[in-house]
Design a protein around this ligand. Structure first.
Ligand SMILES: [Zn+2]
Length: 232
């Protein structure tokens, strides 16, 4: 355990922290729950699948430990959870890259945009934090990786929660744009969870519109498990 982990554990203990997965006192996510979160990646797709939805890999169903960890990190600011969530995301990226027809010399992770108001009200950018950890884990695994938050929402969109899949797609159609140069090489769209796929599809559309080579989407968790995993 690195020094920083001790510090995080100590802070959690001081604050009366409990594992968000099982409720044991101590770390934000105990070793047992961390192991449950970082699993073998599997291909998934929402039903119905939005037009243009790319190949997508997840490592968890969106329930149990994964759901608890994603929500506690995003909504409660349990920042120590970025580490296991980022590690899980890296696993999804490796799953995706392993099925690309051509070898991929380098990947750029592009976070799906969150609305500025959501980032402002939370006071932090949870997805960017997870993405940074994923890049470090990929480099540890000798995958040349970087990240580039180059896609932004260019118009106001309604809150997605409470909208059905076709309403979400309409809400987001043409809403995103690439505002900075996309690094050369393969691009992987990343997000914490894929639900209807509208956000991932619109992010992919915006990137492909400027000629980016989008390999697919990698997420920590998916609400619908479409295809059973194939062990790597
Ligand atoms: Zn636990």
């Amino acid at each position: 355990m690195g020094a920083r982990r001790y510090v995080e554990a100590g802070v959690d203990l001081l604050l009366g922290g409990v594992c968000v997965g099982c409720g044991r006192p101590g770390l934000a996510l105990c070793q047992h729950c961390t192991a449950a979160l970082v699993k073998v990646p599997f291909p998934t797709a929402p039903e119905p699948t939005p037009p243009g939805f790319p190949v997508t890999y997840a490592v968890n169903d969106y329930d149990g430990v994964a759901k608890a960890a994603i929500l506690a990190h995003k909504e409660e600011g349990r920042l120590a959870l970025a580490r296991p969530l980022g590690t899980a995301l890296a696993s999804a990226v490796i799953g995706l890259v392993s099925v690309t027809p051509q070898p991929v010399p380098a990947v750029t992770l592009v976070p799906a945009p969150s609305s500025r108001s959501a980032v402002r009200s939370r006071g932090h950018d949870p997805l960017l934090r997870i993405t940074r950890v994923a890049v470090r884990r990929l480099r540890d695994a000798e995958v040349a990786a970087t990240y580039a938050p180059v896609v932004t929402a260019v118009r106001q969109v309604a809150d997605q929660s409470g909208l059905g899949s076709s309403a979400r797609a309409c809400n987001l159609a043409g809403a995103f744009r690439v505002t900075r140069r996309v690094p050369a090489g393969g691009v992987v769209v990343v997000d914490d969870v894929v639900t209807t796929g509208a956000t991932a599809a619109e992010t992919t559309r915006a990137l492909r519109a400027v000629g980016a080579d989008v390999l697919g989407v990698a997420v920590v968790a998916a609400t619908v498990r479409r295809q059973k995993m194939t062990p790597l």
